[in-house]
Each structure stands twice: as C-alpha cells, then as structure tokens.
Design a protein around this ligand. Structure first.
Ligand code: BG6
Length: 512
C-alpha cells in the first residue's frame, strides 16, 4: 500500500489533541524548602518531565537561605519526587531533568544573592538553551512578595530582553487578607510584572473535576434548560477536610477558613457553576464571564443568621483522639481563628435571582470531600398518596470534585412491588470507571500552563479583588463579635449554628 500523501494525524499542528509541550524555558522557585514545594511543585515538575511535556533543556533553580550546593538541592528534589510524584520513577528522565538543576543561596534582602541568581539564569540561557524565558514562582509568605518583586526588578531578572522572550511571575495565595491589602499587593506586583505576566495560582482551577464543570454545562443540552431559578432550589458548595492544623499555625492562626479557602477556591467554584456561557474558551472570554457573575454575587444577611463559624475542639477522628485547635502546637490558646466557615450568597441576575448559594468549609470534619450539589425544587404536584412519597427528597445533581471524582444524580424511582411507592435513587458517573487515563495533578496542569503562557486557569486581579469585596463584610462582622467561633467536636460536621443557619429557610446540609 502506498503511503504517498498520507499525513500522520498526530503530526497535524491543527490537531488540538496534540500534547502541549513547553518551549525552551526555566523555572526559579522561591521557598523551595517549604511544604508546598516539596509535596506539590517538585513532584509536578518531575511528572511533567516524565510525560515528555517539558523542553529538553528545562532548568529548575532553587533559591533559599539554606547553605546548600546544587547536589544538596538535587537530593531534596529527588526525595520529594520519590515520596510524592504521581508517575513511576524513571532514572533516565531523572538524569536528564537533574542536569538542569541549580541552587542559589541567599535571603530576600540580599542584593548579591539576586545578582548571582541573575548570572545563573544567564548561564542557563547559554548552557541549557532556556532562551531568556523564565518564570519565577513565589512559594513564599505574602509579606515577602514586595521585597522579592523589587529584587527581581533591581537585578534585571524581571525584564524580558527580546520580544520573543518572556518573564513571568507565579504567585501562590493568599492574595492579601482583605480587599485593601489585595489592591496594595496587586499594585506592587504589577509595578514589576504587567498583568499578562502574572499567574495567580488557585489550584482548584487545575483540578480536572473543576474544569469538567464547564464541559458538563456547555457541552450538553441536558442541563442548560433547568440550570436556573425556575428549577433550582439552592446550591451547596462543600469543601470538607478531615485534617487538623498541626504545623500550620504560622500561616493559619489569625487567617481562618473563610480567607483560606472561601475567598478563592469556593468562590471560583461558584463562578464556574453560575456563570453564563462564554462565547469561546479563550482566556478573556472565560474570565470576563467569571467576573460578571462575581460582580452580581452578594452576601445575604443578616450575617448573624446567614453565616456560621466554628473552631474544632478535641475529639475522636478515625479512631484516634485528636487535639482541638487551641491545643495544636503554635496556636494561641485564646485563638478566635475559625476552622469552619459557612456563608450564604445570592446572585443578582435573571438566571439566579432568589437562589441561595451556601458555601461551607471546615477542618477536622467527618471526612475529606469537596462537592457541589445543585438541589432542585420539588415537583409542583405529586399525584401519589402522600404516604407513598415519604422517602422522596429533592432531586439533586452533585459534582464530586474529590475524592471519588465524578457526578451523582439523585431522583425518585418506583420501589418494586404492587404499590406506587417512590423513593430516592442515585445514578453515578465515576472518572475511575469511565476513563482509563489517570487525571494529572492540579499543579502539573498549572505549571505547564505557566510555561506555555496559557492564562485561562489563573484568576486576574479583578477576580481576586471582587472576591475579597464579597467576603470582607463577613470577616469584619466576625471580628467585631466578642465571642469566638462556636466549638465543634473533631470528626463531626461542624457547629450547630451551621445547621440553624440553613434551618431558618427550612433546608438542611447534605451529609456527603
Ligand atoms: C489550600 C488551603 O489552598 O487547599 C489548605 O490553604 C487546604 O488549607 C488545601 O488544606 C486543600 O487542597 P486540596 O486540593 O487537598 O483540596
């Protein structure tokens, strides 16, 4: 058979299924010794290399105060990869990747150290062919952002040299602690990096199940007609964790659950669920729809009744007796930091008018689960004997973000037998059984997108500022209260006040 004129479809550049491979570039991580770097960033970089998605000359430079040589840094990366990488260890991949490692020792106020970093990056351009393309990952506390940004500017590291070269900055949350500080922070970052070079990480947007919200809503005809206030009674967005805060006092005490995850992850989930269809998935279109819906989102009051906050006390969790927050190492024994937060929002648009969105999150809850439950109104009329529908609840469409990623639909069905008895049943889609490919980690997707310069999954400063604007009144309201958060036992589903908050409108939280 002649193959003249045959083109391998995998080589057609218009084929969007082609793996997206980053061009020549390097990544510098500030805060390499931190938990995030070891548990998420280093393993994700290895996984990308293992999947063949990094350029051959890729360079990874660590910057930290530790008195390390490049070999010591390499060993730390190796340990992190062996402990936390998703894909199997491959010596050849590792050898190639680790040739591009460099380490620069110094503190953030040390001009010499930044000058050395600048020389290192220049040498990498020559030796590894990184071509002047570099991303700077600030995996550091936000109070260090200003000094690092200034150093990057002073040493010339932030300046891209040619039109075809790039310099980007990656910022980890928290982006401020309220609207005012977020505006200040964004100002400082934008003085050095133009907004299109700033990549703010909200790792929830890197999750497959979160991106799947867009596929479910906009690739199907099934859901759109009922995705509005005519059919939807309310929406519950839950991010529950079973872990406590031991070891995280430095970051968490005084911050609390609302700032830690509602301001970012949960409001982003709300935006994905509630936004209108973008005309395309270009980053501008997607962001502009998210911004529109966040602009229409507001808190429902009175906040005493429509919000709840709690703090875990000691208790039994998973067969283990665990301490309360106040007993955790490093926390103030008088701490008023909330480890559980729940708020009520509404969205002032024709689609969503009058539909409450309940957002809740907590540490040391019954189990780890993140889900979005869209709860539908009851059928307007039930032509059944009332005793036959006692076990019929409201229809629900539940997006299981993690773990056990998938979707559940709950609806009524006839119980087999001679009576017309109706009871709730569920129908399930699970990623594990529907697909053979395992989902990449959120950080793999996001780091790759940074290197590719693909901004869709990164909130712009307008989104960040708008999210603070939504949340600030709750934080201020809680701060003005004399009493601290309501205690709840570890292993439970939060404080009683959270149940009361929903009960006032005759609703109850789902028990995931
Ligand atoms: C982080 C929060 O953003 O998300 C942590 O700061 C939280 O407090 C973590 O534990 C949860 O991430 P995931 O991906 O396990 O849901």
């Amino acid at each position: 058979m002649s193959t003249d004129g045959w083109k391998n479809p995998l080589r057609d550049p218009r084929d969007k299924r082609l793996p997206r491979i980053a061009g020549p570039c390097g990544l510098v991580i500030f805060g390499v010794t931190g938990d995030l770097s070891r548990k998420k960033l280093m393993p994700a970089i290895y996984d990308l290399a293992n999947r063949g998605l990094l350029p051959p000359g890729f360079a990874l430079t660590g910057f930290a105060r530790r008195d390390w040589e490049t070999q010591d840094f390499g060993q730390v990366v190796l340990d992190a990869v062996k402990a936390h990488a998703r894909t199997p260890f491959n010596q050849t991949v590792w050898d190639r990747l680790s040739e591009g490692f460099r380490f620069v020792q110094g503190s953030f106020d040390d001009d010499d150290a930044f000058d050395r970093l600048e020389q290192t990056v220049e040498q990498l351009d020559e030796i590894r062919g990184t071509n002047g393309n570099h991303a700077f990952y600030l995996s550091i506390p936000p109070n260090a952002f200003p000094v690092v940004c200034k150093q990057l500017a002073r040493s010339g590291l932030s300046a891209q040299e040619g039109l075809d070269q790039w310099r980007r900055v990656v910022i980890e949350k928290p982006f401020g602690h309220d609207l005012k500080s977020a505006i200040e922070l964004n100002g400082i970052v934008n003085e050095v990096f133009p907004e299109d070079s700033v990549f703010r990480i909200d790792h929830y947007l890197g999750k497959e199940t979160v991106q799947n919200i867009l596929a479910l809503r906009f690739a199907n005809q099934l859901f759109e007609p009922i995705w509005n206030s005519h059919y939807v009674d309310h929406v519950q967005i839950t991010m529950a964790e079973d872990i406590g805060l031991g070891g995280r006092a430095g970051y968490y005490d005084g911050i609390g659950a609302a700032r830690d995850v509602i301001q970012n992850h949960l409001l982003q989930l709300l935006a994905f669920i509630a936004m209108e269809e973008p005309t395309s998935f270009s980053s501008n279109e997607l962001r502009s729809e998210k911004i529109k819906v966040l602009n229409a989102t507001r808190l429902v009051g009175p906040l005493d009744e429509t919000t709840a906050r709690g703090q875990y006390a000691g208790g039994w969790q998973g067969g283990e007796l665990v301490p309360g927050l106040k007993e955790e190492e490093g926390f103030n024994p008088e701490s008023h930091t909330e480890t559980y937060a729940a708020i009520t929002c509404e969205i002032d648009t024709r689609r969503w008018a009058g539909v409450p969105f309940y957002l809740r999150t907590g540490k040391r809850l019954g189990r780890r689960v993140t889900e979005i439950a869209v709860i539908f109104k009851r059928a307007p009329h039930l032509p059944f004997d009332a005793t036959m529908t006692e076990e019929l609840g409201q229809n629900a469409f539940v997006i299981r973000v993690q773990p056990d990623e998938g979707v559940t639909m709950r609806f009524g069905s006839k119980v087999p037998g001679s009576l017309m008895e109706v009871r709730d049943v569920t129908m399930d889609f699970g990623y594990g059984s529907a697909f053979t490919e395992a989902s990449p980690e959120a950080y793999e997707r996001l780091i790759l997108d940074v290197l590719l310069g693909e901004p869709s999954l990164f909130p712009v400063n307008e989104e960040v500022e708008r999210s603070w604007e939504i949340l600030d009144p709750v934080i201020e309201h809680w701060a003005a209260e004399k009493a601290g958060p309501d205690p709840y036992p570890a292993g439970s589903w939060g404080p009683e006040s959270a149940n009361t908050m929903l009960a006032r409108t005759g609703r109850t939280w789902r028990r995931p």
